[in-house]
Write a protein that binds this ligand. Structure first.
Ligand code: T46
Length: 143
C-alpha cells in the first residue's frame, strides 16, 4: 500500500490531537485549518458487516470531502482518470482529502469500521457522476 498519494486532487490530512494521558485522545477538525474547506455536512457510515461491500463507485463534480476511519479500517480506491491508487485508513486522526473529479471506492471494511465524512456541501445527487465512462468523458472534456 502506498504511503504517498499520487493521484490528483487527493492527499492525506492529519488532525491535531490532544493526548489526555491514559484518559483518551481528542482529535480536532476546524474549517480552513485542518480541513481545507468550510464543512457544510458531516455523515458517517457504519454497520459495514458485509466483507464484500463496495461503496462509492462515483465521482463528484464539485464536492470536496475528507474521509476518516474513526474506528477499524478500510481501503479507499482513488482514480483521477489517469492514475489509480489504494490507501488504507486505519487511524482515527488521519484522513484522506478527496477533491472534486475523483473517482473513489470504499471497501475491505473491518467489522467495527466507522467511516466519518466531512463534506463541503449538502447532499445533491446532481453533483454525482455514477458511471465510470461518464467520468472519463467528463475529465477529458475539461482538459
Ligand atoms: C461519497 C462517499 C465517500 C443521502 O440522501 N444523503 C446523504 O447525505 C448521503 C451521503 C447519501 N444519501 C443517499 C444517496 C443514496 O441514495 O443515500 C444513498 C446511498 O448513498 P451513496 O450510494 O452515495 O453512498 P456511498 O457510501 O457510496 O457514498 C457516500 C456519499 O454519498 C458520497 O458523496 O463521496 O460516501
Amino acid at each position: 500500500m502506498d504511503d504517498e498519494i499520487i493521484v490528483k486532487n487527493a492527499r492525506f490530512i492529519k488532525l491535531q490531537t490532544i493526548v489526555d494521558g491514559i484518559d483518551g485522545t481528542i482529535a480536532v477538525a476546524e474549517n480552513f485549518n485542518h480541513i481545507p474547506f468550510e464543512i457544510h455536512r458531516a455523515y458517517y457510515i457504519y454497520n459495514l458487516g458485509n466483507p464484500k461491500a463496495v461503496r462509492g463507485k462515483h465521482a463528484h463534480k464539485k464536492l470536496e470531502q475528507v474521509l476518516f476511519c474513526i474506528n477499524g479500517s478500510c481501503e479507499i480506491g482513488l482514480d483521477d482518470g489517469e492514475n489509480q491508487q489504494a490507501v488504507i485508513l486505519d487511524k482515527p486522526n488521519i484522513g484522506v482529502y478527496l477533491g472534486a473529479e475523483l473517482w473513489h471506492t470504499m471497501k475491505k471494511f473491518s467489522d467495527n469500521c466507522i467511516l466519518l465524512v466531512l463534506a463541503s456541501d449538502v447532499y445533491n445527487e446532481k453533483d454525482y457522476i455514477r458511471c465510470y465512462d461518464e467520468f472519463t468523458d467528463y475529465i477529458s472534456r475539461k482538459k
